[in-house]
Design a protein around this ligand. Sequence first.
Ligand SMILES: Nc1ncnc2c1ncn2[C@@H]1O[C@H](COP(=O)(O)OP(=O)(O)OP(=O)(O)O)[C@@H](O)[C@H]1O
Length: 267
Amino acid sequence: MMNKHGPAIEATALSVRRGSRTVLDDLRFAVPPGRITGLLGPSGCGKSTLMRAIVGSQARVAGTLDVLGRPAGHRDLRARVGYVTQAPSVYTDLTARQNLDYYAAVLGIPRRERATHVQEALHDVDLTGHADALAGNLSGGQRGRVSLAVALLGAPELLVLDEPTVGLDPVLRRDLWQLFHRLAADRGTTLLVSSHVMDEAERCHRLLLLREGRLLADDTPEALRERTGATTVEDAFLHLVDEADRGAAAHAPAGSPAPPTVRKAAS
Ligand SMILES: Nc1ncnc2c1ncn2[C@@H]1O[C@H](COP(=O)(O)OP(=O)(O)OP(=O)(O)O)[C@@H](O)[C@H]1O
């Protein structure tokens, strides 16, 4: 079991190579337990790669990456970590309830307890009314919520959610964020939630801002705004991007071209 006061995730000198490229470069950060940490940055900056490394499904990871007190990917973490990828992974020819029942069996939840766990997970994601609909007949957003319910089975200590609100209408987005806050406040769940939409940053307790595989900031939204003098996290992010580019230009060898200034990086 992890030390309740230690970080839920801790990375030191973490790098990942994909193909011939280094897509995560020398990351160092800690994710506190029982809080919502947002992983934010533009498309392609490495968010999904980092999440895959955390759940142990990414190859060629170098450095140290500990999750709930164990090395990432350790088999003891299987039932303690819930992970939702960007593409909902549900069987379309099964109902929502049958999907959950199947995954509950895979997780090793005893048969006599399964129905209760499944019902709770359906209730958490507000899908009780669609429990017996074929997943193939649900909307994309509803299928995404079935995937989330699968990740909630067995009450994992850590939830890793890759862009869970993409394509959802504002009401569903708000409802999901309310659920995330309930999970953190009532159950002490640690959540790592990625997004490339900067306004979601304001809903997180802490933020990891990523750009081109490097960590720009690991801080609270308030501290980031204060430090940069910005009124929104989006402006704070752009400020940090410009600052990093100026730093890179200052250290570039004489005669090399200045890096372009990114303006729409966060949209
Ligand atoms: N199989 C692969 N081989 C080589 N490079 C890859 C591979 N998959 C992804 N990449 C590269 O790794 C980088 C990080 O990709 P990743 O999917 O982690 O980004 P992301 O921030 O999650 O993007 P998005 O928000 O669009 O999902 C990208 O530059 C991408 O082109």
